[in-house]
Design a protein around this ligand. Structure first.
Ligand code: PDD
Length: 277
């Protein structure tokens, strides 16, 4: 059963509970996380909760619970929902208060949903996706997992409306990341990805993939990439909590090679990591 959690209580997933003056709703004044659960076990939860804390710190928002308390809430939610393969979304907002741009003197609010995970089909994991580059119109602090996702939403929808799976964002002629994913390319046996600056979200999956590459002695380069570099790469893929590792078959109308030995190796090791936890 899919369930929700708001202001200290578990609630029906379809409850209409958000106060009209919620700052998450009125200002997008908050941050969020998403954690994937496989066979009842949250995957890389510590990394996600560390990032949630960093996002809160970056917007001067106090976490309403400690990491340990959030783990307890997640585990209790998983027990109640009884969904083995779930996605857990959690938001922390600056609370509900009369509208004024400055910080209100109220407590932050924590909410969460536990839902069935959207499973990426095997065909897509094998044959890849097509992507389209678009101008990155977001702000300067994309390392914060902020609730303000309007540019991401618009970019994704533009890509979808043109028949693509993901929008790859470009700022000052270099690729930053996908609208809801990080990006990697492989060239001459070297794994390339955008550096973890303020311009991108420091993906938990990105980090796991880099760690796997290190363990396999695959050289990793974290440097800005151009669209030309991506189009002439041997292999490329996107990563995220929900899609894991998804190969790019066509980049801006340019088909990439169908043979993807390194992507397949990384996908296999990633699956092992999930099975081993
Ligand atoms: N999005 N970059 C952006 C802009 C993202 O929104 C995401 C994830 C990522 C990948 O991060 P991670 O590997 O930690 O999931 C990169 C999630 C899936 C979402 O918003 O639903």
């Amino acid at each position: 059963m899919e369930i929700g959690f708001y202001d200290d209580s578990f609630i029906d997933i379809n409850s209409k509970v958000i106060p009209i003056q919620e700052r998450g709703h009125q200002f997008g004044d908050g941050v969020y996380e998403v954690i994937r659960v496989y066979n009842g076990k949250p995957f890389l939860m510590d990394d996600h909760l560390t990032r949630l804390k960093s996002s809160c710190d970056a917007i001067l928002l106090e976490m309403p619970y400690t990491k340990e308390e959030i783990i307890e809430i997640v585990n209790e939610g998983l027990k109640r929902s009884n969904i083995p393969n779930a996605e857990v979304y959690m938001q922390v907002t600056r609370g509900a208060a009369s509208r004024f741009h400055g910080f209100p003197d109220v407590s932050p609010l924590f909410s969460m949903t536990i839902k069935n995970a959207r499973i990426v089909n095997e065909e897509m994991k094998r044959n890849g996706i097509t992507v389209l580059t678009l101008e990155d119109e977001r702000w300067a602090n994309c390392y914060i997992k902020s609730l303000n996702l309007l540019p991401n939403v618009l970019a994704k929808q533009t890509a979808i409306s043109k028949g693509h799976y993901e929008a790859i964002l470009v700022k000052n002629n270099v690729i930053t990341e996908g609208s809801s994913s990080n990006i990697f390319a492989i060239k001459d046996g070297v794994l390339h990805t955008t550096p973890a600056t303020k311009a991108i979200l420091h993906g938990v999956t990105r980090k796991a993939v880099i760690n796997i590459a290190h363990a396999l002695n695959i050289p990793v380069v974290e440097k800005n990439m151009s669209t030309d570099f991506l189009q002439s790469s041997d292999e490329a893929f996107i990563t995220s909590t929900s899609v894991e590792i998804l190969p790019i078959a066509v980049f801006d109308e340019q088909p990439l090679p169908k043979n993807r030995p390194m992507t397949q190796m990384l996908q296999k090791e990633f699956t092992k990591l999930i099975e081993q936890m």
